[in-house]
Design a protein around this ligand. Structure first.
Ligand SMILES: Cc1cc2nc3c(=O)[nH]c(=O)nc-3n(C[C@H](O)[C@H](O)[C@H](O)COP(=O)(O)O)c2cc1C
Length: 274
């Protein structure tokens, strides 16, 4: 999520009613423009009003340029951190070192970061877990790696997941990790690390369907445990030929599409955040 600081010190006044800030000031073309683009005032700091918005269609670059010209009636972009950042966890459903899905999720994560979201990328291979067996849990409890994963999920407002399909469904390693973190532990609410989270899904495969069928299963599973999965998704076919050496997608339109999924997730997660 982006926000902008509108400088208009001469005439700005603000009224704070139980945390909600309403602004009264003389006509300011930038404020009008910002409201037209779906922004709203979220804070008033000293000489500047902070406007935040979720629309992805407004011209950040243009506003940024005007703000930098130093006009007293300027607009400048500020860090999202100032208004409480959205935290996202990005992971691939593959454990493989050269995973195409790891590459894909990193592109989407970058898109989300560009909105100011705080994105943590993790590799599921660093959280190896035994194949789930209830007897194992009864005897030994939930493994430390599952606790670590749970903690990361609980700290996050949203999940960016790129997963391959294995035989048209969720790969075992990924499903096993999700099964482990779904296990309730003392002091935790049922499915606490899933509920209230928002997710975006994507897949990559050398095949023609791009792993699309696996996403059906993954979407259904996540929704059933309380995750809001946004409708936008992407299945990248012929993914073995899609990436450049630097990890970006060779096709700039594809690159933009994947980044925009990350952005969209950041925007929706910010809106749905408790
Ligand atoms: C057990 C197994 C099952 C697979 N099943 C499918 C499948 O159903 N559809 C598909 O497009 N690719 C399938 N593949 C190929 C994967 O899409 C391919 O290995 C892909 O690169 C895995 O993702 P990764 O690169 O992120 O590890 C399968 C691979 C394995 C190992």
């Amino acid at each position: 999520m982006f926000s902008y600081k509108v400088k208009n010190s001469a005439v700005a006044t603000a009224t704070d009613t139980n945390g909600a800030v309403s602004l009264r000031r003389d006509v300011c073309c930038w404020e009008r423009a910002l409201s037209t683009w779906g922004f709203y005032p979220t804070a008033f700091r000293g000489e500047a009003a902070v406007w935040s918005g979720l629309s992805s269609s407004w011209p950040h670059g243009y506003i940024h340029t005007i703000g930098e010209k130093g006009s007293s009636r300027g607009v400048s972009r500020i860090e999202t951190n100032e208004i409480g950042p959205v935290k996202l966890l990005a992971l691939a459903g593959s454990l493989r070192i050269g995973s195409l899905n790891k590459k894909l999720v990193k592109v989407a994560a970058e898109g989300a970061r560009k909105t100011g979201a705080q994105v943590t990328y993790i590799d599921l291979a660093d959280y190896q877990l035994p194949v789930f067996n209830q007897d194992d849990q009864d005897a030994n409890g939930v493994p430390e790696n599952a606790y670590k994963l749970k903690a990361l999920m609980k700290e996050s407002d949203g999940l960016i997941i790129a997963s391959p399909e294995y035989n048209s469904s969720i790969p075992g390693g990924c499903k096993n990790a999700l099964d482990w973190v779904s296990r309730e532990v003392p002091g935790e609410k049922v499915l606490e690390c899933f509920r209230g989270r928002t997710a975006v899904l994507m897949s990559a495969s050398p095949g023609r369907l791009g792993g699309l069928r696996g996403l059906v299963a993954l979407r259904s599973m996540l929704q059933n445990v309380g995750v809001t999965v946004i409708p936008e998704q992407l299945a990248l076919s012929q993914a073995d030929e899609a990436f450049a050496a630097d990890g970006s997608l060779k096709d700039p339109r594809r690159q933009e599409q994947v980044e925009s999924l990350g952005r969209k997730l950041a925007q929706v997660a910010a809106r749905l955040k408790d």
